[in-house]
Design a protein around this ligand. Structure first.
Ligand SMILES: NC(=O)C1=CN([C@@H]2O[C@H](COP(=O)(O)OP(=O)(O)OC[C@H]3O[C@@H](n4cnc5c(N)ncnc54)[C@H](OP(=O)(O)O)[C@@H]3O)[C@@H](O)[C@H]2O)C=CC1
Ligand SMILES: CC(=O)C(=O)O
Ligand SMILES: [Mg+2]
Length: 652
């Protein structure tokens, strides 16, 4: 490590041309003044994000459009060794935001040769040009051919399509993410509809179940009971410093697959790749976390390949203390503007965590809030087919947990606001069934707090089909986590009661879906408006093609999170969820309605996310919860232009 003064920067650059292969470090003290309009070279340096190579090796990267002043022949970069939260690498851009520019030492480092090929953040494989190969000691380490990123995408898609087993595709994608990050995201963005089921539901569910046996390299941060008292240190072990989004699970309710303990890590990793691919948040700003307090899954406890703590789940104070230490450490390390997304916690913890930290942290529960927002959007869009307003419909849920009661509450809130009636009144048309039957006020057993608002006066009913007959819902929503529960009887009864029954089977993965698309269309004689949590292929029925929608919170959370980040919002508010729903519903075009769709295709998701982000940010400004001032005029444009691009940069 050689220390340099700021003025000797150019001298340092000259030295790079004589660098030996491998990685070399220089450090350069930044002048202790803020740079209001940074020179071009500083912008390039901030474009890189923090030092991501475990060896500390980073390159200068320039884009094709970069100014000539950036086109230096040296393979160098300056990155802050440590930066303050909300600093230069925030969502505004890889190369904007100077106001919060950190006043910390810079480190100037070089990667070359084999180290460069092993660095997933900078590796380009065969796409390294001959000039780059010369400049970075890559000669001989690669075969002679040079191919474009587009050809790499084509080749990788060809390879992926050869795999018959979905889990093989998942593993190939994870391998790519760990070897060539930009190619991974280019693939995912360019082929989102084909690859979403690979990196996300349903395949990620199987991956979590088998995580121990397919485990090659760790992804994300594992915080177990063994780390109690040291969580801040653990966070500091993570190579990235400027974190904007954390997705955290404790693995207790992974999709509809139950307690998968530490192996739930596949979910935060998958969700965060969607934050980048669908919402444009930089990969280096995303931190997947699994809190390991044990598992009650006997099969895993007895599995020799299980990767987590081999003990039954800690509960009560032991659990709360670990979570509290984590939440405190996150705020201490990253500040209060980091989005903490709770994911796939069991409901006995999920509601309490959201309530406890909702007033002190920027927390968002995807299963309760994100799901609610996406379903509300689908219902608003579905009104086009069924007519009336939400308040004129009757809703019945199978499943009264996080997703079920979360959706129910947001529907009631929307009805209450739109119809200007009290929330209690709006709730009256919404009914829920749990494992014990219809939730009614006369139920003898105690009712969990989150179900209480839905315990209306009615005689108890055990079976779903009988509840359908009694309640006569126009909308049936499955959030039970149990597959095949919308039986033929149930769907046929819905079709008898309604010209166009709305049927949503939200449970994931596909095996847990309450019914298949084919069942919904066939049993309703092609009249159902259907969407599911995991994707189903289009269905042919009596000469017509039906395109089922995917009612999945993946439509919401990437754009929602982006909106929070770009506005520097400090707390989530329900009105932001309503704004996100409206933004999503607005994306339905005539061509979609003609196909019977209630969700727009995922192929336009980045545009959709930008619209959602803009609406969420606008709401945050309106509510006085946004801290990034002044408010940009064109929020949607701002969201679009701040999105991460996976295109390769040239290294000179
Ligand atoms: N599409 C999407 O975007 C999302 C989908 N989901 C999916 O929704 C499902 C549920 O998730 P979540 O709400 O968090 O889970 P919870 O565990 O919080 O809730 C499950 C609910 O289903 C009820 N239930 C279980 N079995 C039956 C049964 N046989 N008949 C009737 N009710 C039953 C439970 O009853 P009881 O309370 O009596 O135990 C509970 O009320 C999962 O499969 C998940 O993957 C979740 C979030 C987003
Ligand atoms: C989609 C999702 O968040 C779930 O199934 O839990
Ligand atoms: Mg979830």
């Amino acid at each position: 490590m050689i220390s340099l003064s700021a003025s000797s920067f150019l001298f340092a650059l000259l030295r790079f041309s004589q660098n030996k292969p491998g990685s070399t470090h220089f450090s350069l003290r930044q002048p202790r003044t803020r740079i209001s309009s940074p020179p071009a070279f500083f912008r390039v340096f901030s474009a890189l994000g923090s030092n991501r190579d475990p060896n500390g090796s980073v390159l200068i990267e320039t884009t094709a459009s970069s100014s000539s002043s950036l086109e230096t022949s040296a393979a160098a970069d300056i990155v802050p060794k440590s930066t303050v939260s909300g600093g230069v690498q925030d969502v505004y851009g890889e190369d904007a935001a100077t106001e919060d520019m950190p006043i910390t030492p810079w480190s100037l480092s070089v990667a070359s040769g084999y180290t460069l090929l092993r660095d997933p953040h900078h590796n380009k494989g065969l796409a390294f040009s001959h000039r780059e190969r010369d400049a970075h000691y890559l000669r001989g380490l690669l075969p002679p051919t040079v191919i474009s990123q587009d050809l790499q995408v084509k080749k990788m898609m060809h390879t992926l399509r050869q795999y018959q087993v979905p889990l093989q595709r998942y593993m190939a994608m994870m391998d790519l993410q760990e070897t060539n990050e930009r190619l991974f995201y280019k693939l995912l963005i360019d082929h989102v509809e084909e690859l979403l089921p690979v990196v996300y539901t349903p395949t990620v569910g199987e991956a979590c179940q088998k995580y121990g046996s397919i485990f090659l390299r760790p992804q994300g941060l594992f915080i177990s009971l063994k780390e109690k008292g040291k969580i801040l240190e653990v966070l500091r072990n993570w190579p990235e410093k400027n974190i904007q989004v954390i997705v955290v699970t404790d693995g207790e309710r992974i999709l509809g697959l139950g307690d998968l303990g530490c192996q739930g890590m596949g979910i935060p990793v998958g969700k965060l790749s969607l934050y980048t691919a669908l919402g444009g948040v930089r990969p280096s700003a995303c931190l997947p976390v699994t809190i390991d307090v044990g598992t009650n899954n006997e099969k895993l406890l007895n599995d020799e390949f299980y990767i987590g703590l081999r003990q039954r789940r800690a509960t009560g104070e032991e659990y709360s203390e670990l979570m509290h230490e984590f939440m405190t450490a996150v705020k201490q390390n990253y500040g209060e503007k980091v989005v903490i997304q709770f994911e796939d916690f069991a409901n006995h913890n999920a509601f309490d965590l959201l309530a406890k930290y909702g007033t002190t942290h920027l927390v968002f529960n995807d299963d309760i809030q994100g799901t609610a927002s996406v379903v509300l959007a689908g219902l608003i869009a579905a009104l086009r087919f069924v007519g009336g307003s939400l308040s004129s419909h009757r809703f019945l849920f199978l499943g009264a947990g996080e997703a079920g009661t979360g959706i129910a509450e947001l529907i009631a809130l929307e009805i209450s606001k739109k119809s200007q009636i009290p929330l209690e009144e709006a709730r009256k048309n919404i009914w829920l069934v749990d494992s014990k039957g219809l939730i009614v006020s006369s139920r003898k057993e105690s009712i969990q707090h989150f179900k209480k608002p839905w315990a209306h006066d009615h005689e108890p009913i055990k079976e779903l089909v009988d509840a359908v007959k009694a309640i006569k819902p126009t909308v049936l929503i499955g959030t039970s986590g149990v597959g095949k529960t919308f039986t033929q009887d149930v769907v046929e009864t819905m079709a008898e009661l309604n010209e166009k029954p709305i049927i949503l089977s939200l449970s994931n993965p596909t095996s847990q879906s309450e019914c298949t698309a084919e069942e919904a269309y066939t049993w309703s004689q092609g009249r159902a408006i259907f969407a599911s949590g995991s994707p189903f292929a289009p269905v042919e029925y009596e000469g017509k093609t039906f395109v089922p929608g995917q009612a999945n919170n993946a439509y919401i959370f990437p754009g929602f999170g982006l909106g929070l980040i770009m506005s520097g919002t400090i707390r989530v508010h329900d009105d932001m969820l309503l704004a996100a729903s409206e933004a999503l519903a607005e994306q339905l075009m005539e061509e979609h309605y003609e196909k019977g769709m209630i969700f727009p295709p995922f192929r336009n998701i980045r545009k959709i996310s930008a619209r959602i982000a803009a609406k969420v940010a606008a709401k945050a400004y309106e509510l006085g919860l946004a801290t990034r001032l002044p408010q940009p005029k064109e929020l949607e444009q701002c969201a679009e232009s701040s999105m991460y691009s996976p295109s390769y940069r040239s290294y000179r």
